[in-house]
Design a protein around this ligand. Structure first.
Ligand SMILES: O=P(O)(O)OC[C@H]1O[C@H](OP(=O)(O)OP(=O)(O)O)[C@H](O)[C@@H]1O
Ligand code: HPA
Ligand SMILES: [Mg+2]
Length: 184
């Protein structure tokens, strides 16, 4: 990880680039099988889901459409405010569509609980969730997650789309930051 060590900001790597690539391939194969012969609309949640959306969509052997939403719950901090606002809505009408929401992480689960409720109110044929990472706090909300890349412990993580104050999204792996980064 030397080239992108970001000047010693990283503490440890939790999921390597190779592990991510392999898992994306497995998830894409499952999704292909589950949606065989069906329409599929991937909905990526900006900005964190950009990497997983791009890799998953390319991994599918299935025709799909891609749309994006931006919602805000975290701002620049490391804990969810629980208050979700739509910053950018979908361009498409999802009535009668099979929607697969694509996320980088489900942490408190507050963002997706709210978002799934919002999407379901629009009359889609189905709404499922695919996330690269799920953290243990998500078990305390009522959220069915069909496709999960990795279950990770309750630590703040960066890389593969995940940011800390908008940085580190372009790391090709998922890792934790050294304490000095938070302490300034
Ligand atoms: O399960 P939760 O505790 O609600 O947290 C998960 C959400 O928080 C992050 O987004 P953020 O609002 O930081 O925006 P970003 O994707 O632009 O980084 C992440 O990408 C998820 O969307
Ligand atoms: O661990 C995390 N890292 C980055 N963004 C996040 N949003 C929720 N949890 C996280
Ligand atoms: Mg974020």
């Amino acid at each position: 990880m030397d080239a992108k060590d970001m000047g010693g900001d990283l503490e440890k790597v939790l999921v390597t680039e190779e592990q991510i690539t392999a898992r994306i391939g497995e998830l894409a194969a499952e999704i292909d099988a589950d949606y065989a012969g069906k329409d599929l609309l991937l909905v990526g949640v900006l900005k964190g889901a950009v990497m997983v959306m791009a890799d998953l969509a390319r991994g599918l052997g299935h025709a799909c459409e891609m749309d994006w939403m931006a919602v805000s719950s975290y701002g620049a901090g490391t804990t969810s405010s629980g208050v979700v606002r739509i910053l950018k809505d979908l361009d498409s009408d999802i009535k009668d569509r099979n929607v697969l929401v694509v996320e980088d992480v489900i942490d408190s689960g507050l963002t997706l609980s709210w978002l799934v409720g919002n999407l379901k109110s629009r009359g889609p044929a189905s709404v499922e969730i695919c996330t690269m990472v799920r953290k243990p706090l998500a078990f305390s909300v009522d959220l069915e997650v069909k496709y999960i890349g990795f279950d990770l412990p309750n630590e703040f993580i960066v890389g593969y789309g995940l940011d800390y104050a908008e940085k580190y999204r372009n790391l090709p792996f998922i890792g934790t930051l050294a304490p000095h980064v938070y302490q300034g």
